[in-house]
Structure formats: C-alpha cells, structure tokens
Write a protein that binds this ligand. Structure first.
Ligand code: MYA
Length: 623
C-alpha cells in the first residue's frame, strides 16, 4: 500500500482569510473569474474540494432499480440487441454516410426514439439507468447511430422534458416519440464553440408581442439534415429588474422547421460518426411564437447547460459498450493467434494490455451507473461527476480501441477487423458535448468555487466568533485532527476487508486533495482561474479520486452480494487503485510544486515562440 506522510500545517488565521473574497467579483466566466456559490451540495466530488467526505452518492454503490424495473430492462435489451445483430449494418452506414430509412424505421417501431418520455406521451418511460443500459448496447454496435439517437433525445428534445410547459409537452413529445419527427439541439456557432454563451443568433420580439423573429446560423448540428424540431439558443433583449438596463441574454426556443425560414447546409464530411447527419442550420427571419420559449426568457444558457449536464453521463454508458466491443475483438484474437510458437494470450505484454483494457472498461461502467442511479434517486448535484465521466470515458474508449488495434497488429488496421471505424467514430467524443479541455477546467473551477464559498463562510464566521463558535470549533477540530494524521477521511466502513489498504490510500488522496485545493486558493486567490496548468492537474487528480471511489464501492458490493465475478472485480479494483493513486499524488504534487511552475512557464515560452513564428522554430541539423 502507498503511504504518505502528512505535512500540512494549519494556516494562521490572518493569512488564511486574507486571500479570498468573492464579494466584489463581477459575473463569472469559466476562464476568467471565480464566483461565489453558497448553496449546499450533495455531490461527492464538490465536497472533496472542501476536504469533506459526503459519501451518500457513492457508498454503498447505488442500487435504484426495482425488481420490476430490472425485468423491464432485460425485456428491452433482447429485441434491441437482436435489432443490432440482425438488422443494422454499421459498416454499411459508415460507407454510405447515412443510416438508411428502413433501419431508422425499425428503431422507431422499437420505441427507441422516445426512451425516456413517459407512457402518457407514447414513450418507453424508462429512467436514466435503463437508458444508460440501452445506450451501452448502441455503443457496442454502432456509434454513428448512437449519435442520431442521442442528438434526438439526450439533447434534441431533452429541454422539452426538463423545462417544457404542459402545453409544449402535449404538443411536441408525441411527435418526437412516435411521430417519426426528429429533434436536434442547436447551440454551437462559428464564433461560439466552448464559449457557448457568446452566441450571436438573435431573437427579437415582434411589436405585437406575439412572436420572436429569429436569425442566425448554427454549425455542426447533429440530425441537422432531417430534424423538424430544434431546441435553439439565441440572444434576446431583457430588462434587468433591479437597474432597468437592457441587455442581451440567451433564451431557449422550440423551433419547428415548418415555421418557415429554417434550412440546412449539405452534410459535413467528417472523420467518423458518418452514419449520423451533421449540417449547418440556418434561421432566416423565423417567426417563433412566444409560447415556444423554453424555460424563462433570458435563462437559456442555464437551459443549455442543464440539458448537457443530463446528457453527459450517457457518454460513459455508451462508451463502456464500445469498449466491450473492442475488448471482445482483442480477446478473440489473442485466444487464437499463434506467434513464436505460443498463443498471444500467453505473453505477459499482451496480458497487461488485455487486463488494462478491462480495468478501464470496468471503471467507466462503474462511473456511468453511479451517476445515472444518483440522477434517478433524485439528486440534482451530479454535474461534476457527469463531466468527469464524459472526460474519462471518451479518453478511456480511445485508449481501449487503440490498444485493441495494436493487439491485432496489421489486421487491426484493416477495415474488415471492424475497429478502424470505431476509432474514427470515437475521436469526436473528446471534442463534442464540451471538449475535455473545457470540462477539465469546468470541474476544477466549479469545485474550487464551492471550496472558496466555504472559506468565505468561515471568514464571515470569524468576524463574529462568539456567535459562530460551534461552526468555527468544528472546522478547527477537523483541521487539527487532519494535521496530526488522525480523523482524516475514513472510507473503511464502506469497503470490504480485501480492499482496506486501497481504501486507506484513496482516503489519503482525498485529504491531500482538499489540502491542495486550500493551499492553491491561499496562493492564488481568485487568480487561480488563470492557472490552467494547475487546474488541469487538479482536475486529473479529481478524476482519479472519483474513479477509485466508484470501483471500490462497486467491487465491495460484488463481494457483499457474493457475485460470481467478485474476485475478478476485486482484482480490477486493486489494479486500478494502485495506478490511480500514484497518478493522483503526482498530479497534486505537480499542481502545487514551484518546480513545476517553472516547467509550465517553460512550456508557455516554447508555445509563444512557435505561435510568434507561426511554425516549428528550430534550425535544421543539416543547416
Ligand atoms: S452540443 C454543443 C456542446 N457545447 C458545449 O458543451 C459548450 C461547452 N461550454 C460550456 O459548457 C460552458 O460554456 C462553460 C461555461 C462550462 C465553458 N451546469 O460564467 P459561466 C452556470 C449548470 O461559468 P461561461 C454537442 O456537442 C454558472 O453556474 N450551470 O459560463 C452535441 C453560471 O450561473 P450563475 C452551469 O464561462 C454533440 C452561468 O451558467 C454550468 O460562459 C452530440 C454562467 O457560468 C453547468 N454545466 O461557460 C452528442 N456551466 O449566472 C450526441 C455554467 O447563476 C449525444 N453554468 O452564476 C450522444 C449521447 C449518447 C447518449 C446515448 C444514446 C442512446
């Protein structure tokens, strides 16, 4: 087991409270400022930024499906798996750059386009966990088709489910569930990708107040070529209630192609997910009735963010299915291929690859279903975890598919092996639904903001210590205990005996993480937002902690339930914790050490030189 010596000292009171005050900060931008967050939060991840263990989301491993739900899930799995095996042809769709209508019709018949819509509107009425399970099957079989399905319901009409009025639901949900009407999510513009709130599309209220006139161009819209219903985000003028000043704020709209003025560009030529349609969509003086505002006027950015939040866990689910597919290909090969007189599976190097692929798949799946089950249990605090699962799953799936190709060698590079398409399809997952780069910053800064607000509460408490004695005493005791190495995070009650060492090491990582966040806030204050190298290391450490915790929890469950796979799950958990623990500590060291800062400066200097000259800037050895 890994052991660290705790070297944290209590920060003197004055120093502690000088550095951080959010009160005077203007509105936040992820890249620009840290803001105050006062709401309490049940998220496991948000709380470790404060150095707190709030375990309910992760221990014991969530288990929300009733026996009837489980039965329903199994009854849905079979026909859907059969559809992919017997009816769908992913390779053909990739080659044709479209999924043919007959295939899509069959999916409509199976009800797959309205999976989470309630029975009242003709949907399957399944929950996030069941949707995730079906997503795994799609991800196993056809990622291009997963995009068509996901763009339609994970984001296309999700806003109507989340924010729609009863009239909007009654009008639109039956169409998108059983009426063969496709939906799409239209946020991105040429100058607004990661910086989603800077969209330029504009919706102006008509003089009679009955409709908005919408103008703008959206790019890279999945299902753009055939969707008839769009969730569109545009700037609208709003009057600030307090100051009376007018300003543009994003509003969400339900827009029908039938309104007129909605057209789309030709299909984009892409690296992968060719089975899905990606186009520009143009809105030219489209008259959108005021009844089609989704959510509140001026609150559209939050509508967009929440739609994306609810969809992101789905990436973990579908990609854990894709990984399963890649692993099966690799395993089939190593079981049969003989080189140097032995089957490939007998070589240690190959064993390591196969094991690592499986471990990573296990982690991804454990994460996706931790989140989906928390969502189904009614939690609203899963945004950090969902972003983490999207980042992890997209990188893990890329790694697994790449390794599967490597295991197959030259055969893996050939189309007929069925892996190169998957690799091409997978590449976009690190880019869309929030690039992994922006999501790492989102995780680090959202967590830091939550930690910062706690420090601010303490700051306030110290202004009147007598009145806040209990609060201050509790905090001081916690810190003192942690400093002398007792009373830190304790995961032992949640974890089976076989994993206690790894639980202890993970708990140490959690403590180290909280201490690192605090020392970074002390060092940088609100300027932490400019320290992207540091934030990325912090996000990576956060990701590793979440992954360790979910597998510790899931494999403990496997042991407690005496599952036939329990021993195997324990081994995978041990292997993962061993790796993730080391990496987590390295990342935290790299986030806080001054030596590393010199390294980051060096990298910035190199990048500056190259960007200045516009090309590789070395003198060739032959000159
Ligand atoms: S769709 C396009 C995807 N685009 C993006 O994801 C854009 C990425 N950018 C962002 O997410 C935001 O712009 C960032 C913030 C994060 C950079 N949850 O000032 P701010 C609140 C809740 O920090 P910014 C696609 O790719 C924040 O608290 N709230 O914002 C389709 C604040 O609130 P307040 C949030 O710096 C692919 C306010 O917003 C969140 O401008 C097809 C402003 O915050 C959040 N996350 O930017 C996929 N973030 O004002 C197909 C911010 O109250 C699907 N806020 O303080 C495939 C799936 C398959 C599923 C299965 C199939 C079966």
């Amino acid at each position: 087991m890994l052991k660290i010596v705790k070297q944290v000292t209590l920060v003197p009171r004055t120093q502690y409270f000088m550095f951080y005050s959010t009160a005077a900060l203007p509105r936040t931008k992820v890249q620009h400022e840290v803001k105050e967050e006062t709401k309490s939060n049940s998220s496991f991840m948000a709380n470790i930024f404060r150095g707190n263990l709030v375990s309910a989301q992760v221990f014991p491993y969530p288990d929300v499906l009733s026996p009837e739900d489980k039965e329903l899930t199994i009854s849905l799995q079979d026909p859907i798996s059969r559809f992919y095996k017997e009816f769908n042809d992913a390779a053909k769709s990739d080659e044709n750059c479209k999924t043919d209508d007959k295939t899509l019709d069959k999916l409509w018949e199976l009800g797959c386009f309205g999976a989470q819509v309630s029975h009242d509107y003709g949907g399957m009425g399944i929950n996030n966990t069941q949707y995730g399970r079906l997503g795994q099957i799609v991800g196993y079989n056809d990622l291009g088709l997963a995009i068509t399905l996901g763009a339609h319901q994970s984001i296309g009409f999700k806003g109507i489910l989340l924010y729609g009025t009863s009239e909007q639901k009654a009008k639109y949900l039956p169409q998108v569930t059983t009426g063969k009407i496709y939906a799409a999510f239209a946020l991105t513009e040429s100058s607004a990708g990661s910086d989603a709130s800077s969209i330029k599309s504009k919706a102006v209220l008509s003089a009679d107040g009955k409709h908005y006139v919408l103008n703008g161009t959206k790019i890279w819209i999945s299902n753009g070529g055939f969707a008839n219903i769009f969730t569109v985000f545009a700037q609208t003028e709003v009057v600030d209630k307090a100051s009376g000043a007018k300003k543009d704020k994003v509003t969400a709209f339900i827009v029908e192609r039938a309104f007129g003025g909605v057209t789309n560009g030709p299909p984009e030529k892409k690296m992968g997910i060719n089975a899905s349609s990606t186009t520009e969509v143009y809105f030219d003086n489209v008259k959108v009735p005021v009844e089609n505002v989704l959510g509140e006027v001026g609150e559209g950015f939050k509508v967009a963010m929440n739609i994306l939040n609810t969809g992101r866990y789905g990436m973990g689910a579908i990609l854990s299915g894709s990984m399963k597919y890649c692993i099966e290909k690799a395993v089939d090969h190593v079981n049969n291929r003989v080189q140097f007189g032995k089957k490939l599976k007998e070589y240690k190097g190959i064993q390591e690859k196969i094991a690592q692929m499986n471990v990573i798949q296990y982690v991804t799946e454990s994460m996706a279903f931790t989140i989906s089950q928390n969502m189904d249990a009614g939690s609203q605090d899963y945004h950090l975890e969902a972003a983490i699962s999207k980042v992890f799953a997209s990188e893990a799936a890329w790694y697994v598919c790449d390794e599967a190709i490597q295991v197959l060698g030259g055969m893996g590079y050939m189309k007929e092996a069925g892996l190169e398409r998957v690799l091409r399809d997978l590449r976009i997952f690190r880019i869309f639904e929030g690039t992994n780069d922006i999501l790492r910053l989102f995780v680090a800064l959202t967590g830091i903001q939550y930690a910062g607000s706690h420090l601010k509460e303490l700051q306030k408490a110290f202004r009147n210590p007598a009145a806040n004695f209990g609060f201050i005493f509790k905090e001081a005791s916690r810190r003192a205990a942690s400093t002398v190495g007792i009373g830190g995070t304790d995961l032992s009650p949640f974890i089976v005996n076989e994993l206690q060492d790894h639980g202890k090491a993970t708990a140490e990582c959690i403590d180290l993480f909280g201490q690192s966040v605090e020392s970074l806030l002390i060092k940088y204050g609100k300027n932490i937002i400019h320290e992207q190298n540091v934030l990325n290391r912090l996000a990576n450490a956060a990701i590793d902690i979440f992954t360790m915790v979910v597998v510790l929890s899931r494999s403990s469950r496997a042991v407690q339930k005496n599952l036939p796979t329990a021993h195997h799950e324990l081994n995978m958990t041990k292997a993962w914790c061993y790796q993730a623990n080391e990496r987590c500590r390295t990342n935290l060291r790299n986030a806080t050490s001054s030596q590393q800062l010199l390294h980051y400066e060096l990298l910035s200097d190199i990048a500056e030189k190259v960007t200045e000259t516009g090309a590789v800037n070395t003198t060739h050895v032959l000159e």
